[in-house]
Write a protein that binds this ligand. Structure first.
Ligand code: UDP
Length: 307
């Protein structure tokens, strides 16, 4: 958040913002899953003029061992803003802000990823902001959720995030750079859509309780729109994968085989006789009742064994 400037008209009297959006509208969002072939999962997102790329590695064994948790995996998020992502060159490397954002996103996923399935493991989420225009922590979380799903990491639900806030004393959804810099409040909210739980909530600036409620409702609705984009990305990704598998014949009917029958016969026969004719006794033996060598042939039903 920059310094609020009440003299700047960010929302006009008709409730229209500088970029033409209504107060309840989010910026256009597109997501593509599975764009990096060497990562276990990946996604690329454009949201307004934010551009974000995410790669997921893992689950893998966490090293050094002193960081391991014996009963669950640790989700590690590295959020990085590229030097060229902002209007003023961003000093490369980690800083307090990027560490804080990595931490809040990791905390959000700790509540959603089924970490107990991978004791002593780590799931690494690397998010790079290529172009920034406010709302990058939400964009990072949204992109990471798709990349985690692409990696096949089991989760309780799909998570999304969007910020609500206030400018010119009006509650607005999905703040852009100007609104973030000169508005009065910024309230990023992340939601697990399966449970309805809020997994991320931060607030910068001032809202009255009524404005907070309004902003929360707005963010919940906005999250539903973001979820649509995430679902589309995953459907497109897995539809492509399925189509490729289908083309490669992965779903073709298998050739009819008598393997199960043979396996059943071998089971009835028991282990091969030492030095004997063991393994393949197809042919006369069965007909002679030699299939069950644990006892004398008992005619038709040899399963009972009691008679
Ligand atoms: N920003 C910047 N330089 C920085 C940090 C942020 O230009 O070192 C810009 C960037 O566009 C970012 C916006 O300020 O999206 C708002 O940053 P904030 O810390 O509020 O996080 P965000 O809204 O991106 O989650």
């Amino acid at each position: 958040m920059g310094v609020p400037d009440p003299t700047k008209e960010l929302v006009n009297k008709k409730g229209i913002r500088l970029d033409g959006r209504k107060t309840t509208e989010i910026r256009p969002i597109t997501i593509k899953a599975g764009i990096l072939h060497r990562a276990d999962g990946s996604a690329y997102l454009e949201w307004g003029s934010n551009k974000v790329i995410c790669g997921v590695y893992g689950p893998r064994e966490l090293n050094p061992r002193r960081f391991q948790e014996s009963d669950k995996a640790v989700v590690q998020v590295r959020y990085n803003m590229a030097a060229f992502s902002t209007s003023d060159r961003k000093r490369p490397g980690p800083d307090r802000r990027s560490q804080e954002i990595g931490k809040v996103i990791a905390d959000a996923f700790e509540n959603v990823v089924l970490t107990e399935r991978f004791p002593r493991g780590a799931i690494d989420v690397h998010v790079d902001i290529l172009e920034a225009n406010a709302g990058t922590r939400c964009a990072a979380l949204v992109c990471a959720a798709v990349a985690l799903a692409d990696a096949g990491i089991p989760m309780k639900g799909l998570v999304s995030a969007v910020a609500a806030g206030k400018a010119n004393d009006k509650v607005i959804l999905d703040l852009d750079q100007m609104e973030d810099n000169y508005g009065n409040a910024d309230l990023p909210i992340g939601i697990n859509h399966t449970s309805g739980e809020i997994v991320l909530l931060q607030m910068d600036g001032h809202l009255t309780p009524a404005q907070f409620d309004e902003a929360l409702d707005m963010a919940v609705e906005g999250n539903k729109q973001v979820l649509v984009a995430q679902r589309e990305a995953l459907l497109a990704r897995f539809a492509t994968t399925l189509a490729a598998k289908e083309a490669a014949g992965a779903f073709d009917e298998p050739e009819p085989s008598n393997e199960p029958e043979r396996a059943e016969r071998n089971e009835r026969r028991g282990p091969p006789r030492e030095g004997g004719r063991g393994g393949d006794r197809r042919g006369g033996d069965d007909r002679r009742g030699g299939g069950d060598r644990r006892g004398p042939p008992r005619g038709g039903d040899r399963r009972g064994g009691g008679r």
